[in-house]
Design a protein around this ligand. Structure first.
Ligand SMILES: Cc1cc2nc3c(=O)[nH]c(=O)nc-3n(C[C@H](O)[C@H](O)[C@H](O)COP(=O)(O)OP(=O)(O)OC[C@H]3O[C@@H](n4cnc5c(N)ncnc54)[C@H](O)[C@@H]3O)c2cc1C
Length: 392
C-alpha cells in the first residue's frame, strides 16, 4: 500500500503553473481545434498531436524531475487534463493511461526499474498503458486468468486482456497477472509486470466504439510470452492487486478532471449557442426554460471542479484519498453526462448533427461513468470509506 510520503508531490509556483496552462491553451487553439472533428469522425489516431504532446512533456507530466518528467503535482495535472478535455477528451487518454503505468513503476518499482523505465516513459520514447481487464474480469479484477509462471530468470505469460487503451499504438504495458492462481485470498496471488511488446505478445481485435474515438482500445494476447523476472514491479510476487489499484487514485482524479472538462465544454457550447439562437424575437438564453438549464449546468461544472481539486490537493499532501478521489470521479463523470445532455437540448435539432460538436461530448461523457471503477462501485467505495472514517 502507498504510504503517506509515496505520492507526496512537489508544489508548483502559481506563475509556473499559469505559464504551462497558457502553453496548453495555445497548443489547443493552434493544433487541436482544427483537427478534432475530422479525427473523431474518422476514428483516426492523432499522430502529429502525439508528437507535440511528447514535446510539451505531457508523457512525463507526473513523473519525477529526477527521471526527466515534469514532476507536476496532481492539482496542476488535473487542471491541464480538464482544459484539454473541455475541447477533446479522448486525447487525454493517450497520456493518462501511460502515466498510470508510469505511476505504478515510480511508486512501487525497484530503484533499477525506475532508472531503466521512467526516463523513457517521461520522454514518450516508450508509451503504453495499463492492462488489467479481461473478458471475464472487469470490476472483479481478482478473477483474472492471465498467468505468469517463473522459469529460471524469466516469466512465461499466457492469457488475454481486453479493452486496453493505447493497445495498438502503445509499446509497453503494466500487466496484471496471476503468479499464484490458487492463492486464497485471490489478491495474494496477483502481480504486476512491465510488459514491452515482443515475441508472444500480439494485438487482437480493435474495438469499434460509441465515442472515445482516435484512441485505440484493443485486445492483447499473450501466448508463451517471455519477460525477464526483473520486470516484476517491486521484485516481490503477490503485490500486484494493491499496486494496480493504488495507481487508480491518480487515475480517478484524472477521470474526474476529464469529467470536469466535458461538463465545462458542454456548458461553453450551450452558453454560446443560447446567445446566438433566437426564437420568439429574442435569444433563447433569455427564455426561462433555457436559463434554468444554464443555471444548473454552471453550478454542476463548478462543483465538479472543486471536488476534483479537493481530491488532487489531498493526493499532493500525500494523504490516502480514495474517498475524495471516488467522490470527485463519481460526481464529475455524472456532471459530464448531465451537462452534455442538457447542452444537446439547448442546441435543439442541431445537436443531432455531426456538423456541431456537442454530440461528441455526449458520446464521450458516457465512458467517464465506466472507467477507473464504475460509478456503481464508486458509491460503494465512498460509503465504505466514509463509514470507516466515522466509527460509531
Ligand atoms: C473505452 C474503454 C477503455 C478502457 N480502457 C481500459 C484500459 O486501458 N485498461 C483496462 O484494464 N481496462 C480498460 N477498460 C475496461 C474497464 O475498466 C471495464 O470495462 C470496467 O472496469 C468495468 O468492467 P466490465 O466492463 O467487465 O463490467 P462488469 O464488471 O461486468 O460490470 C457490469 C455492471 O455490473 C456492475 N457491478 C459489477 N460488480 C458489482 C458489484 N460487486 N456491486 C455492484 N455492481 C457491480 C458494474 O458497476 C456494471 O454496472 C476500458 C473500457 C472501455 C469501455
Amino acid at each position: 500500500m502507498a504510504t503517506a510520503i509515496d505520492n507526496a508531490q512537489h508544489m508548483i509556483d502559481p506563475e509556473e503553473e499559469q505559464a504551462f496552462m497558457d502553453a496548453i491553451q495555445k497548443w489547443i487553439d493552434r493544433s487541436v481545434k482544427p483537427v478534432v472533428m475530422e479525427h473523431d469522425h474518422e476514428d483516426k489516431w492523432p499522430e502529429e498531436l502525439v508528437g507535440e504532446m511528447a514535446d510539451m512533456g505531457l508523457f512525463g507530466a507526473t513523473i519525477g524531475e529526477e527521471y526527466g518528467g515534469l514532476g507536476l503535482p496532481a492539482t496542476s495535472y488535473a487542471k491541464i487534463v480538464a482544459e484539454i478535455a473541455s475541447h477533446w477528451m479522448a486525447i487525454t487518454g493517450i497520456f493518462n493511461s501511460h502515466l498510470i503505468m508510469a505511476c505504478a513503476v515510480e511508486r512501487f518499482g525497484t530503484a533499477e526499474q525506475k532508472a531503466k523505465w521512467l526516463p523513457k516513459f517521461a520522454s514518450g520514447e516508450i508509451r503504453g498503458g495499463l492492462a488489467l481487464t479481461e473478458p471475464n474480469a472487469g470490476t472483479d479484477l481478482q478473477a483474472i486468468r492471465t498467468t505468469a509462471v517463473r522459469d529460471g530468470d524469466e516469466y512465461v505469460i499466457n492469457g488475454t486482456k481486453t479493452w486496453i487503451s493505447n493497445g495498438i499504438n502503445g509499446s509497453c504495458f503494466a500487466l496484471l497477472v496471476k503468479t499464484d492462481p490458487k492463492a486464497d485470498p485471490r489478491y495474494k496471488g496477483m502481480s504486476l509486470m512491465i510488459a514491452p511488446k515482443g515475441e508472444g505478445f500480439t494485438v487482437g481485435k480493435k474495438f469499434k466504439k460509441l465515442g472515445y474515438n482516435s484512441i485505440d482500445s484493443a485486445e492483447l494476447v499473450f501466448d508463451n510470452y517471455r519477460i525477464p523476472a526483473d520486470n516484476l514491479i517491486g521484485g516481490v510476487e503477490g503485490q500486484g492487486f494493491f499496486q494496480a489499484t493504488g495507481g487508480l487514485e491518480l487515475g480517478r482524479i484524472n477521470v474526474a478532471a476529464r469529467g470536469v472538462g466535458l461538463a465545462e465544454g458542454s456548458l461553453r457550447l450551450a452558453t454560446e449557442y443560447a446567445q446566438l439562437r433566437e426564437t420568439m424575437g429574442k435569444p433563447i438564453s433569455e427564455h426561462q426554460a433555457i436559463q434554468l438549464k444554464l443555471g444548473e449546468m454552471v453550478t454542476r461544472a463548478r462543483a465538479a471542479r472543486l471536488l476534483t481539486l479537493d481530491a488532487a490537493e489531498a493526493y499532493d499532501r500525500g494523504e490516502r484519498c480514495d474517498l475524495e478521489a471516488g467522490m470527485a470521479k463519481y460526481f464529475a463523470s455524472e456532471a459530464a453526462v448531465r451537462n452534455s445532455e442538457e447542452s444537446m437540448r439547448v442546441h435543439g435539432g442541431y445537436a443531432y448533427s455531426k456538423e456541431y460538436e456537442i454530440e461528441r461530448y455526449y458520446r464521450d461523457s458516457l465512458l467517464m461513468c465506466i472507467g477507473e471503477g464504475t460509478n456503481e462501485m464508486q458509491r460503494m467505495i465512498i460509503s465504505k470509506q466514509w463509514v470507516k472514517r466515522n466509527p460509531a
